[in-house]
Unconditional design. Structure first.
Lengths: 339, 339
DNA sequence: TCCCTCTACTTACACGGTTCAGTAACGTGA
DNA sequence: TCACGTTACTGAACCGTGTAAGTAGAGGGA
């Protein structure tokens, strides 16, 4: 059982007062350079680390940020997106030795409840808000509480909170233009849940570009992001009379599920059907054929969000941030449509 | 901007001292029932919640538990296992309003560093240790620090810390016996990283049961759990002269990757090759054919671990816990071997 | 010599909750 | 009437840091 040293212990060993030791440790003026070095050396020897509770109490700063994931248990963890985002956030936070509090809840009501509790208990200094919805009530709650937050998602619907997003509309245009250039006239889209802002933005962009390019058909099917619904949507699309020759999936797991359904129905990919997945992951590379994807650096994306939230807590006036546009990585799942 | 009430605010409004209010709020004797009700009502009205830092400082208890994930970025988030485990842990913690601190690091050295920091800063009261290795140095560090912890993994190699595990050896025996009963004589195993305890336990069990059943061949290929290596291992196995007729994969994503490789090489599943995946997920259900799996209730598993860690912090003497044996769910990927 | 400034500290208090040691007020039994 | 116990509180100390305010001593200029 290791003992944990306090400032008082160091002060006693150094023959100084607690105050002087505190100044020395925090790089504040008020102690001589010789004393400072002596104190720092002593503190390192004794393995001193500030007690986070004491510091939080004194500074009225928790030294922690919070992230709540509202996900039904069935959807949980099938998408690599979150773990990558978390990893990116962590990289930045660890460097500033700020902790991350995580909570998994079933819905937005529970999420709001978690925010209120964290706020009232002063557990966190700020929040990462993910899965932004259209007219998202969570934004209102955070604004009302005055709890600093960065919204991962946008543009729009994030109120006065700074947002971080990637340009989904342009990316969607790029994909559809690419498919049209290959000769596809009947393009379908297997979308995420309809309340989600980026689902709506992509949907709008999809309709706009299909209109502009005068495609013969541009159908959208809404899902809950789960592979089951992705498979089901694919079955429906491939069973219809005017079967699409290309399908764009809103996430990687649905694209993998869709590819599997195509096999099952004897539809050749990419000979008879081209497939594009939004967000890359190892999954997309190992299915047969490997999937053409829209790839983002999600880890960097998380890091950007964390940097902005930290800057916000330092009193900086941070604005919105638009990440680099997703890259289109063509693999084996896209080709010219059948003649 | 909502204001946060303190005990002093309540005391003033109630015309009492801070001490009396504290007794009333915590159900301690020393106040009349009438006063207690008045204080509780006032506290609810004012939206009072204990300041976690103040309580932590006073009680020398952080009110938080920690979990560190040591994973290389490429492996990150492809396995549904962790999110389910987290969800199970959270369910239990939320009920006791204990927070969970999460950190993602690249390796065990960084993980140990995180433990030391959390301990020195008094940020957490306990730790969930995951991915137990053979002769795991993290166990030694936690024991040395005297930081309470529950080890998710075992049996064995978890020192004096309580462990929570599922009976992988019996499960492995069950699967191999099932395959042998179908008529398979050449069974292969695509395993996880060799240092991991459950990889070793499963490997030992695999060898034992193959021996006992006098199988013609029982090869094991080690991987890093990634779908790439799963695919590569499958290619090697299917290219050899004495090709196996059944393969057991240590996780779901490698099994999916392996199925894809079989398609790519024109090997029919399950006609020419049977496939079994360890740990179920939606992924296994949506590939073609759906995979026969070993299924565990991972959410419940996480909940059990959390309950035990909380009990430990309450001073109870908790022992080890062996979870229910994984269930074998036969789907379309297993059949009699070719004649 | 006196006064002023600067350095290098010390002292004291605040943060918000818990808890221990009093202490009035009241009832009770002899 | 007094000793005694109980109830329902109050006041103060404590947890470990951070920081504003105060102070001794040195040094310098007139």
């Amino acid at each position: 059982m290791t003992k944990r040293a306090t400032i008082a212990d160091i002060a006693e060993r150094a023959g100084l007062s607690k105050g002087a030791v505190s100044y020395a440790l925090n790089g504040q003026p008020g102690v001589s350079e010789a004393t400072r070095q002596r104190v720092l050396k002593l503190a390192a020897e004794m393995g001193w680390r500030p007690n986070s509770a004491a510091r939080a109490l004194s500074a009225s700063r928790a030294g922690a940020l919070g992230l709540v994931m509202a996900r039904s248990t069935s959807l949980l963890g099938v998408e690599p997106f979150f773990m990558k985002l978390l990893s990116g956030i962590e990289n930045t936070l660890a460097a500033r030795s700020t902790a991350l509090l995580l909570q998994v809840v079933p819905d937005h009501d529970a999420e709001v409840e978690a925010y209120r509790r964290w706020f009232a208990e002063r557990r966190v200094d700020g929040i990462f808000l993910i899965d932004l919805h259209v007219e998202d009530k969570r934004v209102l709650v955070l604004e009302e509480l005055g709890l600093p937050a960065v919204v991962i998602g946008g543009p729009g619907h994030h109120g006065r909170l700074p947002g971080v997003w990637s340009d989904d509309a342009s990316a969607m245009a790029m994909v559809v233009e690419y498919l049209a250039a290959l000769g596809h006239q009947r393009v379908a889209r297997v979308a995420g849940p309809s309340g989600l802002l980026h689902t709506e933005l992509r949907g709008q962009a999809f309709a706009d570009v299909a209109d502009r390019l005068e495609l013969a058909s541009a159908v959208t099917v809404a899902t809950d992001y789960s592979p089951e619904q992705g498979a089901q949507a694919t079955r429906r699309l491939l069973s219809g009379s005017a079967r699409p020759t290309a399908v764009i999936y809103d996430n990687d797991v649905m694209a993998v599920a869709g590819t599997s359904v195509a096999h099952e129905m004897g539809v050749d990919v990419p000979g008879a059907l081209s497939i594009v997945a939004w967000d890359d992951s190892v999954l997309c590379e190992i299915v047969h054929p490997p999937l053409t994807v829209l790839s983002r650096d999600i880890i960097a994306y998380g890091a950007r969000a964390a940097e902005r939230l930290l800057a916000m807590l330092d009193g900086e006036d941070v604005g919105d941030f638009e990440d680099a546009m997703p890259r289109l990585i063509a693999r084996g799942s896209t080709a010219r449509p059948p003649a």
